[in-house]
Design a protein around this ligand. Structure first.
Ligand code: UDP
Length: 405
């Protein structure tokens, strides 16, 4: 955790009573140990959250480790196909790919110590570690993607592993699956005191974004996302092109890549080609630690988009809402939970609908401001890290419910 930031720093930010509840639950877990495993330390929402959550668990005297599995190019290609297939895309996965998944899981399992009271195994990549579960430990599989309509072949393969867990955690109720283990609901969260989200002065915002030549004389439309087809960056440009006929504005598409996502470069090239030579479209390929820049972009934006066509949760929505921005997002996955239509933003189902709502907000600045304030309040109540800590601690108390608790 950053210096000087303690749990008590959140008392003024989180809903009243949340910090007390965290201390109360943590007292019942003192001395327990916890392990998180995922497949990338940088890029994407899971890594973003683990960086913030893990120091808190340790501060609360729950001995918590984070292990990252190491893959091969074929493994990452396979798990990206799994990801796409679980989100409903049709994918061809060869026997060689299924074998690579098993091989890499076994190889990593030999390296990682699984000695821990409870383990949270994130997403499909490390799900195959389940055979290493110590007898007394509790293991939960946390699924961060929209697996509501998975391609059967892939889900049946993964189900063999998942059904060995003590429970599964999903980000939305309708992602739950027909499996014979307990299933839990847990929304992701943002940290209001991280570099990604902390308050910035207007001068800081200006300095942070000045290298990127974003026009200052017109409103800025922004989408922050990995370059991934499910985030529909091309659809965002099409919506912008419609808006641009009527309202002068700029479009910033800020993205980066994740080490476990092999498709990012190809999608970035598609986006660059599609943007052609419009000087008001700015495409930024940012390094993984560009948290302050993203924070500044979200604050400088007039309207924020997350026009995904599939989405697990969409942390970028909560990030923008926390900065008082109404968000226009695809009516999918967790976006539909974060955006209350017409109150904290708009969910949309088409490029034209997206353009219409951008124009509506640009043309109604008082509505824009009002929605932004409601978006911030809604985020405070539902999507902050303090709520997430309560959820995890409550679940741990439930799972590790031995007689001393
Ligand atoms: N992000 C980032 N740099 C980028 C693109 C995204 O730091 O270039 C961050 C973004 O701010 C958010 C997370 O990565 O915190 C993305 O999480 P989200 O749930 O929106 O999408 P995911 O990438 O996990 O599908």
């Amino acid at each position: 955790m950053a210096k000087n930031i303690t749990l008590d720093s959140y008392r003024e930010i989180a809903p009243r009573g949340t910090v007390e509840l965290i201390y109360h639950l943590a007292r019942r877990l003192k001395g327990k140990s916890m392990l998180h495993v995922n497949s990338t330390r940088f890029g994407g929402g899971v890594a973003e959250m683990l960086h913030r959550l893990i120091p808190f668990f340790n501060d609360l005297e729950i001995d918590t480790r984070w292990e990252v599995m190491e893959g091969t190019p074929l493994f990452y290609q396979t798990t990206k196909c799994f990801h796409n297939a679980l989100q409903g895309d049709s994918q061809v996965i060869t026997p060689e790919m299924f074998n690579e998944y098993k091989k890499v899981n076994h190889k990593n399992a030999r390296r990682i110590s699984f000695d821990s009271d409870i383990a949270i195994i994130h997403d499909p990549q490390p799900a195959g570690f389940i055979y290493k579960k110590p007898k007394k430990a509790k293991w939960l599989w946390r699924c961060h993607i929209d697996a509501s309509r998975p391609q059967r072949k892939v889900w049946n393969f993964l189900k063999e592993y998942v059904s060995g867990y003590d429970g599964a955690i999903f980000s939305l109720p309708n992602f739950a699956q027909k499996i014979d283990i307990p299933q839990f609901l847990m929304y992701p969260s943002i940290d209001p005191l991280s570099d990604k989200n902390r308050e910035l002065t207007p001068q800081e915002v200006e300095t942070l974004i000045s290298p990127y030549n974003i026009p200052k004389d017109k409103p800025m439309i922004l989408q922050v996302s990995r370059f991934d087809r499910f985030k529909d960056p091309v659809g965002v440009i099409e919506a912008y092109k419609i808006v641009k006929k009527y309202n002068d504005c700029s479009l910033v598409l800020a993205g980066g890549s994740a080490t476990d996502d092999p498709e990012g470069a190809a999608v970035l090239n598609e986006v660059l080609a599609y943007a052609s030579k419009d000087p008001d479209i700015i495409i930024l390929n940012l390094p993984p630690d560009a948290n302050l820049v993203i924070n500044a972009l979200q604050r400088a934006a007039t309207v924020v988009l997350q026009k995904s066509v599939k989405e697990g949760f969409g942390l970028t929505v909560a990030e923008a809402m926390w900065k008082g921005k109404p968000v226009i997002g695809g009516a999918v996955g967790g976006i539909a939970v974060q955006i209350i239509y017409g109150v904290t933003g708009f969910t949309v189902n088409s490029i034209e609908g997206c353009a219409y709502r951008i124009r509506y907000l640009l043309n109604n600045p008082e509505v824009l401001l009002d929605m932004g304030q409601k978006a911030k309040e809604y985020t405070r109540r539902n999507f902050l890290i303090t709520r997430h800590l309560c959820d995890y601690l409550g679940l741990m108390v439930h799972m590790l419910n031995d007689n001393q608790l």
